[in-house]
Design a protein. Structure first.
Length: 552
């Protein structure tokens, strides 16, 4: 994927880039994200270098200018890490693209890709700078204006991929400039490389299109958050009017850690219109700037504002369950982060959504930013699941980490509160009920069977039971033994597994076992505002895509 300066305009846009990447990673893909410098940054660097360097011989200019892309790559990787993605950023030299020709208009001719392949083997996301490459003599060169497009196409070809996605500020290739043309511009669903060269203008670098044609690579030209795209390749389909996309009307239930994070993202996103926020006390001061007229304490009033979709992030299970049911009965789609609400009756909620032609998603209810629901579904699609084991509670894992380092129980709990992981009343986490609810949800996904709340054996974390050694984990597990589901939340079971042993702080991980001997795994940040917010936003994006497919 490639993100240009029209998308990554400043560091403030990095979370949106991370969201786009997260949507692919949670469905089992690894991502190489190519980024341009922030908007206007390249011009400033070029001006600096030309003002100071010699006009006739400025071989060091590209090395200075390429710092803009390296800075943007570092910011994007940090944004990915904040939401729990396993990400790393490379420099131009580490990336290893070799180019020949003029220093400011070089052409890639090879890839010394050991560092890139090593990074892909170890991480889910590798963020790399576009525009820059290394000449055979070791000096940095630039790939011409729009060179990040060329970087992305070249890397996709060298990695043996069939398609590269260029994320732009328009939703595809049009027969004329949609920003300035009169009449109704028509958008291509498919366009040949020749048509793209003729109409692309400044949208896609011509050198990138030429290379894609030479290597038989398709280019997707797409907008941020959009599933549809113009596919540039061998064939052209007649263009047609692009559908008019209205903002999605969203209601948010809850304004705590997760609800506040959702509002912080949605209120500044033109793709969505927040129509209401359900809270206990509408006059209470919040840590996110939100218009006062959006707040309501009445669930009936919230649904009466005709949202297309409800994002449910309440802290209480029964109230959340009631709101979810009420929304689904009205045919309103729901994405929930409330494991207590969903685990009360997952089968009933699923059936209610189907009856009313609504969508229900709850990835954020298990694992925070770790895509556990998606991992279980992927495993089940291949064959029968025999069991799973997981670290499911970020608060407890954070505390066990601190306890293993010698902290007292009280100090570990206080640190967890300061970090924003532990609630004022942490009993649900410490007694294992939070993990047990997640075990029940994962068991429902794995075996299509509801577990009663008392069917999960629990080990509580108390000052007396708190371990004083490293490596102890709270493991939620469920295995099918002779047709019977055996589930428990334990303070030591499976703790020696390398996947779990390597988890630090609030990180979570899941391992799913199939009867064919295959194992599926995922990991990520399991607690905190931003990882959980990101998971809800990914559910929101998936539901919006399904809604548009349904009405197309």
């Amino acid at each position: 994927m490639k993100f240009g300066s029209s998308i990554l305009r400043s560091p403030a846009d990095a979370p949106s880039v991370a969201s786009e990447i997260y949507g692919h990673v949670r469905h089992g893909r690894k991502v190489v994200a190519v980024v341009s410098a922030f908007d206007g940054h390249t011009d400033r660097l070029l001006s600096d270098a030309r003002a100071l360097g010699l006009g006739h011989e400025n071989d060091l200019l590209p090395g200075y200018v390429a710092l803009g892309e390296e800075k943007a790559a570092a910011f994007a990787a940090i944004a990915c890490d904040r939401i729990g993605l396993d990400a790393v950023a490379l420099t131009v030299r580490e990336l290893g693209i070799v180019a020949e020709g003029p220093l400011e208009h070089a052409h890639p001719c090879g890839l010394q890709g050991d560092r890139l392949r090593e990074a892909l083997a170890r991480h889910d996301v590798v963020v790399v700078p576009g525009f820059g490459a290394v000449r055979p003599d070791g000096r940095v060169a630039l790939l011409g204006r729009g060179g990040s497009d060329l970087t992305a196409v070249f890397l996709a070809a060298e990695l043996g991929l069939s398609r590269v996605r260029l994320v732009k500020d328009v939703d595809g290739l049009y027969d004329r400039d949609p920003a300035s043309a009169s009449g109704t511009p028509l958008r291509y669903s498919r366009a040949s490389w020749d048509v793209a060269l003729r109409l692309g203008g400044d949208l896609v670098q011509p050198g990138a299109i030429d290379l894609a044609c030479e290597r038989g690579l398709e280019i997707e030209v797409a907008a941020l958050g959009r599933a549809d795209a113009t596919v540039v390749g061998r064939q052209t389909a007649p263009p047609g009017p692009a559908p008019k996309i209205e903002p999605v009307r969203v209601a948010v239930a809850g304004c705590g850690v997760v609800g506040g994070g959702l509002l912080a993202r949605l209120l500044n996103d033109s793709r969505y219109e927040v129509v209401g926020v359900l809270v206990r006390n509408p006059t209470k001061a919040r840590d996110v700037a939100c218009p006062a007229h959006l707040f309501t304490a009445d669930p009936v009033d919230l649904l009466g504002r005709r949202p297309d979709l409800v994002l449910e992030a309440m802290s209480e299970g029964a109230a959340g369950h009631a709101l979810i049911r009420a929304a689904l009965e009205r045919g309103i789609d729901v994405a929930s982060a409330n494991k207590q609400a969903i685990s009360l009756d997952p089968a009933g909620l699923r059936d209610l959504a189907a009856t009313n032609n609504a969508h229900l998603a709850y990835s954020a209810a298990v694992g925070g930013g770790a895509p556990m629901i998606e991992t279980v579904r992927a495993a089940r699609a291949v064959g029968r699941i025999t069991g799973f084991e997981a670290v499911l509670n970020g608060t407890v894992n954070f505390m066990l980490d601190r306890l293993g380092q010698g902290a007292s129980f009280e100090a570990a709990l206080a640190e967890a509160r300061i970090a924003g992981f532990a609630e004022e009343d942490p009993s649900s986490d410490l007694e294992g009920h939070d993990s047990a609810a997640k075990v029940r949800l994962l068991a429902f996904e794995a075996f299509d069977r509801d577990l009663e709340s008392d069917a999960v054996a629990l080990d509580a974390l108390t000052p007396d039971s708190a371990p004083r050694r490293e490596g102890v984990k709270q493991i939620g597990a469920c295995h099918q033994v002779d047709g019977v589901l055996v589930a428990r939340v334990s303070l030591d079971e499976g703790g020696a597994d390398p996947l779990f042993l390597g988890l630090r702080g609030e990180r979570n991980a899941l391992k799913v076992f199939g009867e064919n001997g295959w194992t599926w795994m995922c990991k990520g940040r399991g607690a905190g505002r931003w990882p959980t917010t990101e998971s809800v936003l990914a559910d929101l994006a998936d539901i919006v895509r399904l809604r548009r497919q349904r009405t197309a």
